[in-house]
Design a protein around this ligand. Structure first.
Ligand code: PEP
Ligand code: MG
Length: 759
């Protein structure tokens, strides 16, 4: 703002302040407001339209005919005023009648006015009215004047709320009715359906007071908030996770640039000078930036705008003291969480019974938060562009992560269709839940072992809910991912003991930590040698890291051995590429075992060791490793990414390679055949085993043990009970000898004809 703008705004604010402080009734106040604005802006007309019974009603005017007050009414989207309210955007026109949406209202006598400018009066992100000015001369209003008008609109929003002149709830439902449905597309991160209401992880701040009582005090508040915000940003950038270059660093550099931007601070200070409170000043400057950015159509700039919005919101939260996330504010029972991104710990703060779904602007299949959400059974849709612009707090949402969409403000027909799908889904889930006590025995009498994957203490409840045979993969790194610091041995022991207690007689296969790669921990520095990993999935992760990171595996081994005192312990090592890695890992356990023995501590009753087959190279040395192990668990998530050289977290490749490809099935068949002479249990614990057709193919390969996501147990059990294993073995062996062009559709037809998979 230049000095004239500051003065004009201050002048208007002082007058509005007097009007608001007066003891007159709301209508008289509005009449005074239009006069004050008209005079200050030297404008012939000033009018205020407010939302009443779904229409924008002329509530007060200076310059138009007074007979039109409470008579002229426009629908949202009708006429210039309606368009402003509909789009929550200002209009500035030299020739109003030339605008395609211009709608002439004879009762107002407005024909003699050519120029028109109007801005929405916004309350909780929704237009509850419009304030406009008109002039006889055909001229565009200057930026200074528009800005003054926007400041007025902010004040008016406070006035009309205090006077209860509009019904906010009405504004909300009206917007839903009138803006119509909007479908957002994204990337399925965790499948599932949910219907609920948008809750922002970091709620937008509602500004209660706009006009400052004490400008100096407001300046101090904003000054301190800036200090605190910069401190926070500096702190984040100094954390190890962000210190290693790449995307994070780029994002943070931009953040820092904005946080320290002199121009931004100056503009906010100027807005305070004009008489606004600190909150209103921040919002005022943000509105202006938004307005300018909208005129530039550049996706890169749009991203930067998100950064700036984030910072402005952070500043607002600090200054207003409204710091908590939605998790801390009491969650409604049908919440669909909206966020740019989330950390796993942040997600875990939410009550999982109330959280129905998550939609993110970012996120990838293997991001920590997604792994945790999957474990919590919460559908997640990611990579939704402009999410936080399109969706508003409180919007009704239909999340269909199966089809990678979310619908805002759905039409009744859409809701009906969704509900039908939802009901069918629920019906199916209920039918599967009924399978809880059914044993997974095939038609030809073969008992298949169905275990579940887990990683958190709370996941243990899934054992009894699904009737699974045990935990086939316990991802111990989850505890590390959700902790702010490296979990101590005591904490690890406690978790493992609780897990074993909850499992009772059912076995649990603990996988030693699989961290590193994409699962970086902020407190565990990766870049001691300053090297940035270009291919972290093939990098220094899992056992590779655990063996070299002094103490990490040692501590975990002790924790597992102590937790399993007096019971059976099953340990498996991830990402084994060569047998010596297994030997080295087992050595660590042996040393700890010897230590416990020497101290005469209670020890596990039995220890069974296993390895995960995730790296193809191990397949060539199975005969060497098999005599040393009790079980082999095939991690098809990693295995397929390495077999196909296709990054499992790259959405562009997500659909490219099929788990039913002869390459994978033949590979797995060879593994099963090589291991069969040894006393080694073979299981599959990747996502593949939770899908019916894929699981059927695995049965056909002779695999009798699956460890799958809990939500899939019912449907896989049902499939098993409808299958003749000997028959599928024979037919798969034929298909692998002579693969049909499209094995998936051939198999699907085969399974349908036999009613193994009916839908
Ligand atoms: C796998 O790779 O298949 C697996 C089960 O491990 P994760 O998904 O934890 O990498
Ligand atoms: Mg893996």
């Amino acid at each position: 703002m230049n000095s004239t703008a500051v003065e004009a705004s201050r002048n208007i604010l002082t007058r509005l302040h007097d009007v608001m402080a007066s003891r007159s009734n709301a209508q008289a106040k509005l009449n005074n407001v239009v006069n004050a604005i008209g005079e200050s802006l030297n404008s012939e007309v000033c009018s205020i339209y407010l939302l009443r019974e779904g229409m924008l009603e002329l509530f007060a005017t200076r310059g138009l005919k007074q007979e039109a007050v409470h008579v002229t009414r426009l629908a949202i989207g009708e006429g210039l005023v309606g368009v402003i309210a509909d789009q929550t955007e200002m209009l500035n026109l030299a020739e109003a009648a030339a605008h395609p949406d211009f709608s002439y209202r004879p009762e107002t006598g407005e024909e003699k006015f050519h120029s028109f400018a109007g801005v929405p009066i916004v309350r909780r992100e929704r237009a509850v009215g419009v304030v406009s000015v008109q002039h006889a001369d055909p001229r565009r209003y200057e930026d200074v004047e528009i800005e003054a008008l926007q400041t007025v609109a902010m004040v008016l929003s406070e006035v009309i709320t205090n006077a209860e002149l509009v019904d906010e709830e009405e504004a909300r439902s009206l917007r839903e009715e009138q803006t119509g449905p909007e479908q957002l597309r994204g990337l399925t991160l965790v499948k599932g359906l949910a219907s609920g209401v948008a809750v922002f992880h970091q709620p937008r701040i509602t500004i209660e007071h706009v006009v400052a009582e004490d400008t100096e005090a407001e300046r101090q508040r904003v000054y301190m908030a800036f200090d605190k915000m910069r401190e926070q940003i500096d702190h984040i950038s100094s954390q190890a996770e962000f210190g290693v270059g790449g995307e994070h660093e780029e994002v943070l550099t931009t953040y820092k640039m904005f946080a320290y931007d002199e121009g931004w601070t100056r503009r906010i200070n100027e807005a305070i000078d004009s008489g606004l409170t600190a909150e209103a000043a921040i919002e005022r400057v943000q509105q202006r930036t938004r307005m300018r950015m909208r005129q530039i159509d550049d996706p890169l700039l749009a991203d930067r705008m998100h950064d700036l919005e984030d910072l402005a919101n952070r500043l607002l939260r600090i200054v207003s003291g409204q710091i908590g996330t939605a998790a801390k504010m009491g969650l409604r029972s049908d919440a669909i969480l909206i966020a740019r991104n989330l950390g796993p710990a942040e997600l875990l703060e939410y009550d999982r019974r109330r959280l129905k779904g998550v939609i993110l602007e970012e996120g990838s299949l293997t991001s920590h938060v997604v792994i945790v959400a999957r474990a919590m059974g919460i559908p997640v849709l990611g990579r939704v562009r402009s999410l936080r612009t399109v969706v508003r707090e409180g919007d009704a949402l239909l999340l269909d992560s199966d089809q990678a969409t979310a619908t805002v403000r759905a039409s009744p027909a859409m809701i009906e269709a969704f509900e039908a799908r939802f009901a069918k889904n629920k019906e199916r889930q209920a039918a599967y839940a009924k399978m809880r006590d059914v044993e997974p025995v095939s038609m030809d009498g073969q008992r298949i072992s169905l275990m579940i994957n887990a990683g958190l203490r709370d996941d243990m409840a899934n054992l009894s809910l699904t009737g699974a045979d045990g935990i086939g993969l316990f991802r111990t790194e989850f505890q590390f991912l959700v902790s702010a610091t490296l979990p101590s041995r005591e904490r690890q022991t406690r978790l493992y003991r609780e897990v074993l207690d909850a499992a009772g007689s059912r076995p649990v296969k603990f996988r030693t930590v699989d961290i590193g790669g994409d699962k970086t921990l902020p407190y565990l520095r990766h870049d001691d040698d300053g090297m940035v990993e270009e291919n972290p999935a093939m990098g220094w992760r899992a056992l590779r890291l655990a063996l070299e990171r002094e103490g990490l595996l040692k501590v975990q081994a002790r924790a597992l051995l102590e937790a399993a005192a007096g019971r059976e312990l099953n340990v498996m090592f991830p990402l084994i590429s060569e047998p010596w890695e297994f030997d080295a890992a087992k050595d660590v356990f042996d040393t700890q075992l010897a230590f416990l023995k020497k101290r005469k501590k209670a020890m596990p009753e039995a220890i069974r060791y296993g390895v995960m087959l995730e790296v193809p190279s191990l397949a060539e040395q199975l005969d060497i490793i098999a005599p040393k192990i009790s079980f082999l668990s095939i991690g098809t998530n990693d295995l397929t990414q390495f077999l196909f050289a296709a990054d499992r977290s790259n959405p562009k490749l997500a659909e490219r390679y099929d788990w039913l490809s002869p390459s994978i099935l033949r590979f797995l068949k060879r593994v099963v055949d090589t291991v069969s002479p040894y006393d080694v249990d073979v299981a599959v614990c990747g996502e593949m085993g939770g899908r019916r057709l894929e699981a059927l193919a695995l049965l056909g390969l002779g695999i009798k043990r699956l460890s799958i996501t809990p939500a899939a147990v019912g449907r896989i059990k049902e499939m098993v009970t409808r299958t003749n294993v000997a028959e599928i073995e024979a037919v798969v062996s034929g298909w692998l000898a002579n693969p049909p062009a499209d094995l998936r559709s051939v198999m699907a037809d085969w399974a349908r004809e036999r009613n193994i998979i009916s839908d």
